[in-house]
Design a protein around this ligand. Sequence first.
Ligand SMILES: NC(=O)c1ccc[n+]([C@@H]2O[C@H](COP(=O)([O-])OP(=O)(O)OC[C@H]3O[C@@H](n4cnc5c(N)ncnc54)[C@H](OP(=O)(O)O)[C@@H]3O)[C@@H](O)[C@H]2O)c1
Length: 165
Amino acid sequence: MNAIAAVNALQYIGKQGDLLYSIQEDMAFFVAKTRGKTVVMGRKTLLSLPGGKGLKGRKNFVLSRSMSDGEAEERGVLIARDVDSLFSLLRDLGSPEEDVFVIGGGEIYSLLMPYCSVLYVTRILREDEGETRFPEIPSDFTLTKGDLRRSGEIEYRFDTYVKNR
Ligand SMILES: NC(=O)c1ccc[n+]([C@@H]2O[C@H](COP(=O)([O-])OP(=O)(O)OC[C@H]3O[C@@H](n4cnc5c(N)ncnc54)[C@H](OP(=O)(O)O)[C@@H]3O)[C@@H](O)[C@H]2O)c1
């Protein structure tokens, strides 16, 4: 299982239920990594997606205790009520562990970080205030920093953290 996130210099990933930044190249990176794969998200992140629907071209799993099965079907997602049932559904699907991407938000990154082998973290080099944070990355990950890039005023980097075996 992997995680993919865009995180600013204050560790923020979101504000008022939405993303803090919209960087075209980062969106393209996200699409390239997750296309044809399985994504796992929290209910609040699902509601922040266009139309509140699962992402096209990917199998969408949502963690939620409150969303009804009917609503999940309408939104084009499969629901897991807890971590154990998520893993059991993923096993039933037979999708290899490296093809599963945790896509947020804050609660779900925290919940699933212990199971992640690779973290794709777009580091946005800005200190804007937000509300939702990315969890602290445990010390048993090795960081490879990407090159510095720029989108208008925003500097960013594609970093990769790989869990030590
Ligand atoms: N920058 C990025 O890369 C990025 C990526 C994704 C999201 N975001 C941002 O992050 C924010 C949303 O994050 P968030 O932390 O508020 O919410 P979230 O993690 O998306 O969803 C939280 C919900 O997940 C469900 N949940 C949590 N733990 C669970 C468990 N153990 N079992 C079953 N369900 C569980 C609960 O749903 P119920 O209440 O239904 O039980 C909970 O309300 C938004 O601002 C979004 O834009 C940023």
